[in-house]
Ligand binder design. Structure first.
Ligand SMILES: Cc1cc2nc3c(=O)[nH]c(=O)nc-3n(C[C@H](O)[C@H](O)[C@H](O)COP(=O)(O)OP(=O)(O)OC[C@H]3O[C@@H](n4cnc5c(N)ncnc54)[C@H](O)[C@@H]3O)c2cc1C
Length: 567
């Protein structure tokens, strides 16, 4: 059979096959061209994500009148547009959802009524000058507080903070998300002793019908009512239950206009990475004692950041990649003021890679999805993954080992400056959160499945401290995240949906406690949500109802209903 014939049969199979529940949702996309401005599709062009939208709104801070009222308050126009929009949507009985960079791999940012594109809301300000705007506890560190409007990309706030000798306490693997979008799904890196990105949020400025409010913890008040006045007349609410529910709420508590975050003094991260075989890495994953791996200066404690990615098909042949970062305080003023861009290190070559998702999308060719046997898939996928992971973990760049950089110089990628780009091929991601001491059981269940039905993707693990958010997916004292990104489409990699489903089913049947990342591909049912979060689901729903009252439907969507989070 030649390649064209294989392709033809693959397309026919994809077309005539019976539609399951998730594929039914895809039918909404079939009438939705990729460039149609009445359509929502995500960055990764994920199967089952998005569809037709009645209205897409693009608020910005530009004044239509041409009058600049006060440069330091240039957010006001954007805020006014959001308040008017929310009032209208509510009064017309519609639903609305905002999005950031559309990097989420599920329908959390989607509704078919009114979608708000936050990307034009790019106001940010580092430091709160007016002493009366902060509580006495924060007076001395108010230069470390920042106001970040919802369209600000993480990469931009990172650069601004760095110029002020500040840094975020933790980052994701890369920084093309909007900060608000990232916080809303509980985005994380591998900050073993810190947690995920929502931990540095101190107040949430959110628009609901009739008003806009600033929510902060009563146990940790940061800003004052006079700051609320300055912020366009926001009502300040001090309430731990509401804050903890709203901070990871994937767009369900209203349209977030801005966040108040706390940054920390700039630090550097020292990289070490190596490749191992599984028999060397397995005991470390069981004990969380990395001393046997022979990293310089690393004892029995996990360092600031510790992650492992496994190429299953070469796991006994150097396919287990370990990357760690130690946190190094910046004492040298010269470092803190050094020019950005020292990532251009060797003869002008940029050693900042494209992110892992894009790298997978570039490395996996569509025809690889149609390889006829598991044997061939294991061989080809194994080769591709080894190249991608070697680049991503920089084990092929000896000159980088032991070097220290600012966090945002590691956790970035080359193409983040062009947020409108989309992934080279359609793909998805799946990410479990499990108690760290169960992680080996989880990955070995996955090994068994992908031996016979190969997954075109890595198995990556990171470790994060427990979240303080009610529905934070890193809910265990130390959560191990187990992530599998890779290609998945309706034609070439159609079978990847089946493999991923087998993995989800097997983990559900294993009885191992687990959650799913709110921004990744997740099972569309309420069973896992209840199993994972128990009474926290009721707490979250009650906090939402108490806050939104009869506006609760305005900020609901189909996915929320399917997950049992509404009504
Ligand atoms: C290339 C890539 C790399 C990734 N790396 C990581 C990683 O290292 N760690 C990790 O944890 N995750 C990672 N993810 C997942 C990603 O970080 C999350 O899905 C994140 O939420 C995406 O941010 P976004 O700006 O694209 O938000 P979107 O996907 O656009 O939205 C996410 C959620 O936020 C809500 N939202 C956005 N803006 C607003 C607003 N103004 N008001 C109210 N709600 C709003 C949306 O409704 C939605 O529910 C990655 C994804 C990709 C594609």
């Amino acid at each position: 059979m030649n390649r064209t014939t294989i392709l033809y049969f693959a397309i026919c199979l994809a077309r005539v096959g019976g539609l399951n529940g998730e594929e039914m949702r895809d039918s909404r996309l079939s009438s939705c061209g990729r460039n149609d401005d009445q359509c929502f599709t995500n960055w990764y062009k994920s199967v089952g994500v998005g569809g037709v939208v009645d209205e897409i709104v693009n608020p910005t801070n530009q004044q239509n009148t041409g009058l600049i009222i006060d440069e330091s308050k240039s957010f006001l126009n954007g805020l006014t547009l959001l308040t008017e929009l929310v009032d209208r949507v509510y009064s017309e009985g519609l639903r609305t959802r905002a999005h950031g960079s559309k990097w989420s791999l599920n329908n959390m940012a989607y509704t078919d009524d009114v979608v708000v594109n936050s990307q034009g809301l790019t106001y940010r300000k580092i430091g709160i000058e007016d002493e009366t705007h902060v509580t006495p506890e924060y007076k001395d560190i108010r230069n470390r507080l920042a106001i970040v409007q919802s369209g600000v990309m993480t990469t931009d706030i990172n650069k601004d903070l760095s110029e002020q000798s500040l840094a975020l306490s933790t980052n994701a693997a890369t920084d093309g998300q909007r900060l608000v979008g990232a916080i809303s799904t509980g985005t994380h890196g591998s900050a073993v002793n810190y947690g995920s990105m929502p931990e540095f949020v101190r107040a949430i400025h959110i628009v609901i019908p009739g008003e806009h409010v600033l929510i902060q913890r009563a146990s940790d008040p940061v800003i004052t009512e006079s700051f609320g006045e300055w912020l366009g007349g926001a009502r300040v609410i001090n309430d731990d239950t509401l804050f903890n529910a709203a901070v990871v709420s994937f767009g369900s508590f209203g349209i977030i206009h801005a966040l108040i975050i706390e940054a920390e003094p700039l630090y550097k991260l020292r990289l070490q990475s190596k490749q191992f075989n599984y028999d060397q890495v397995r005991p470390v994953l069981e004990s969380l004692d990395p001393s046997s791996l022979g990293f310089e200066g690393i004892g029995s404690e996990l360092p600031f950041h510790f992650e492992v990615a496994i190429n299953v098909y070469r796991r006994n042949n150097g396919g287990c990649f370990v990357r760690l970062f130690e946190k190094v305080a910046v004492t040298d003023q010269a470092f803190s003021t050094q020019a950005e861009g020292n990532v251009f290190s060797r003869e002008g070559t940029n050693d900042t890679d494209i992110d892992l998702y894009e790298a997978m999308g570039t490395a996996f060719r569509p025809t690889m999805g149609l390889l006829p046997s598991a044997f061939l898939k294991r061989r080809v996928y194994g080769r591709v993954l080894q190249i991608v992971l070697r680049n991503f973990f920089k084990t092929n760049r000896r000159w980088l080992q032991g070097t220290s950089r600012k966090p945002h110089e590691w956790f970035t990628s080359r193409n983040n400056g062009s947020p409108s780009t989309t992934s080279p091929i359609a793909g998805t991601g799946l990410e479990f959160g499990v108690p760290a001491d169960r992680v080996v059981e989880v990955i070995e269940i996955i090994f068994d499945i992908v031996r016979d039905d190969p997954l075109a993707g890595q198995i990556a693990m990171r470790f994060i401290k427990k979240s303080s958010a009610t529905l934070g997916f890193n809910k265990y004292d130390l959560t191990a995240t187990v992530e599998m990104s890779g290609p998945y489409d309706d034609v070439f990699f159609r079978n990847q949906g089946r493999v991923r489903q087998k993995i989800k089913d097997a983990i559900a049947a294993s009885g191992i406690p687990h959650t799913y990342h709110w921004g990744q591909g997740l099972p569309i049912n309420d069973v896992w949500v209840r199993n994972a979060y128990g009474s926290s689901v009721d707490e979250w729903k009650q906090a939402r109802l108490d806050f939104l009252g009869d506006a609760i439907d305005t900020f609901s969507n189909d996915l929320l209903e399917d997950l049992g989070l509404y009504p």
